[in-house]
Ligand binder design. Structure first.
Ligand SMILES: [Zn+2]
Ligand SMILES: [Zn+2]
Length: 236
């Protein structure tokens, strides 16, 4: 068992109580100071993308949706593509650091920080399969692991690799509209009979513009999947 905080390396202290002495429980993966820096999204949120509506100017809200989602839903190409994205935390400076650490240190174990929370959130979604947003072959080689898949595994879930990335994930300097017009970045692989009429939960680390997740959702829906949800650690 790890006695040190996975983020800051400080020693984890067990509270000295009779219960702890008699029934030593597992230590949390991170220290209380780091835990306090994570900001869970609470209160009212956009029905589709999980964006907190409490902090958003009223002119960017329409009923229970943020304006971004209103726009996505107005576009016939994207409407109803992604049923719901659940994000757990605000993408603040601290989480940004943790995710960077996770990705670039190539430290699989960091997924453990979020394992319990992710498992709990996944319980809220009804799905038949989990699909981690894939990396391209070259990025996977570079990093050694796919952080989205690591998150799913640490949450005790098996993933299906129905998607293959056929386009580089390097963010271009093009505008959102231009990027949307670009050709598909994912391709379906496997037997589409398996996903016909099924609900799928996509998993990724961050929801930023929602483009990647919708691209993935679109491909799966085209193959016959019924509803596509997504679970992301952070709402950027
Ligand atoms: Zn810490
Ligand atoms: Zn939204």
């Amino acid at each position: 068992m790890n006695d040190y905080c996975l983020v800051c390396d400080s020693h984890l202290k067990r509270e000295l109580t009779w219960t702890n002495l008699l029934f030593p429980s597992a230590l949390p993966p991170i220290c209380a100071t780091c835990e306090a820096k994570l900001q869970p999204i609470t209160g009212e949120r956009c029905r589709i993308c999980s964006r907190s509506l409490a902090t958003l100017n009223k002119k960017f809200i329409k009923e229970d949706l943020c304006m971004d989602c209103v726009r996505w839903e107005q576009d016939p190409h994207w409407a109803n593509c992604l049923k719901q994205n659940l994000s757990i935390y605000h993408y603040n400076e601290f989480l940004k650091e943790v995710i960077a650490l996770f990705k670039f240190r190539g430290d699989y174990i960091l997924a453990e920080i979020f394992a319990q929370t992710l498992a709990k959130e996944l319980d809220k979604l009804s799905f038949d399969f989990i699909v981690a947003i894939p990396l391209s072959e070259e990025r996977l080689q570079e990093r050694g692991f796919n952080q989205a898949e690591a998150l799913a595994r640490m949450a005790g879930q098996k993933t299906k690799d129905y998607l293959k990335r056929i386009h580089t994930e390097k963010q271009s300097k093009k505008s959102r509209g231009e990027r949307l017009k670009q050709k598909q970045i994912f391709q379906f692989q496997g037997n589409h009979e398996e996903i016909k009429g099924k609900n799928i939960a996509l998993i990724d680390d961050i929801y930023t513009t929602g483009t990647t997740l919708r691209q993935a959702a679109k491909v799966l829906k085209k193959e016959g999947a019924k509803r596509i949800y997504s679970l992301t650690l952070a709402r950027g």
